[in-house]
Ligand binder design. Structure first.
Ligand code: PBG
Length: 343
């Protein structure tokens, strides 16, 4: 091989210019890199979202989310065992509700025997050491795909909040540990806290989707829960405008004042500035949701052979930790937990 030798004078000038600081010294070996790494993803940082469906049998793949399937209740229990064995602390449950079960007010959300409640009970019974997070919002249950009840084309705030309180109590009764209001109605955190306390669920946590933006990156999720085709219009009268950052601070502060224990930013990847601001300015455990669209985007590139999946996954998840997130809700969770353990 050809040998290149720098002129010693060049080296001397570089040392003079840099004050002798050569950053590459610490990057020379795997062990030096590991020694000085500032943030490290671990399985304990992960929340694993799963989709529950009616019936038994094999997982049902979600076309727009390669590697993600809708599971039977028994399949959810299996996933909970896997989460426990991988060291993933929390599972998030989302239902696929058939069109004929949906109505204008999402009344199935209040059914103590709905899919999410059945899965939650089954998991609590078989794998009590895994935490359960349930979304509070009506969209998996409404015939119009919106998170609240509608009058004409308006989504009613206060009437929706009344239903969300009942939905939260029903979920807590089914064993849900963390209530995750993802609806973006005003005042719902305070009202849900009050409703939970009144029913004796003082210890049930609230993780509010404090800064949830009206985003294009939820589309595959809406396929997974069966609301994409139904959705009329968009969610911009309740979800946040993506031009705003100050408003995220006000939203999150308000949710904390109302009693939220944890906050969430969603989507994640394109909102790392918000994750960073909220975690540093408010000093509360802040979570990021790497949404279905972010997952699908990476997996589509992987499917085309354009990205290395394992590397893209770990880099994308580590970014949340670096930005200050306490943890990440990600469809990569089981695969990432295995990667963390070198499996
Ligand atoms: C429902 C809800 C949505 C997501 C989580 N909860 C969709 C929406 O607001 O339309 C999206 C999750 C994802 O894209 O992975 N309120």
């Amino acid at each position: 091989t050809e040998r290149f030798r720098a002129d010693p004078a060049t080296s001397a000038r570089i040392d003079a210019a840099t004050g002798g600081r050569r950053f590459r010294r610490l990057r020379q070996h795997d062990w030096t890199r590991r020694l000085v790494r500032e943030t490290q993803l671990s399985p304990a940082d992960l929340i694993w979202p799963i989709f529950v469906r009616e019936g038994s049998g094999a997982p049902e793949p979600v076309a727009s989310m390669p590697g993600v399937s809708r599971l039977s209740v028994e399949g959810c229990v299996e996933a909970a065992r896997e989460a426990r064995d991988l060291g993933i602390p929390v599972l998030a449950l989302f239902p696929y509700t058939q069109a004929e079960m949906r109505d204008l007010s999402g009344s199935e959300a209040l059914n103590a025997g709905n899919l999410v409640c059945r899965a939650s009970r089954a998991i609590k019974e078989a794998v009590p050491e895994v935490g359960i997070l349930c979304d509070v919002a009506l969209d998996p249950y409404t015939s119009h795909g919106h998170d609240g009840v509608m009058e004409g084309s308006r989504i009613l705030n206060d009437a929706t909040v009344e239903l969300l309180c009942r939905q939260a109590v029903v979920q807590a009764q089914a064993g849900c540990d963390i209530i995750g209001p993802s609806d973006m109605m005003d005042g719902r955190v305070a009202m849900i806290r009050e409703a939970l306390d009144a029913e004796g669920f003082r210890d049930t946590l609230i993780m509010s989707y404090a800064a949830k933006y009206a985003s294009a990156f939820y589309a595959p999720f809406r396929d997974a829960v069966g609301s994409n085709a139904l959705l009329k219009g968009d969610k911009r009268t309740y979800q946040m405008d993506y031009g705003n950052s100050e408003e995220a601070v006000r939203e999150a502060s308000q949710d904390l004042d109302e009693g939220a224990d944890l906050i969430m930013v969603k989507p994640g990847t394109f909102y790392l500035d918000i994750v960073s601001r909220l975690s540093r300015e408010l000093g509360v455990p802040t979570f990021a949701y790497q949404t279905s669209g972010e997952y699908a985007m990476i997996m589509a590139a992987v499917g085309n052979g354009w990205l290395d999946g394992g590397r893209a996954m770990m880099e994308s998840l580590s970014a949340f930790k670096r930005a200050g997130a306490a943890g990440v809700l990600s469809y990569f969770s089981p695969r990432a937990a295995r990667a963390c353990q070198g499996r």
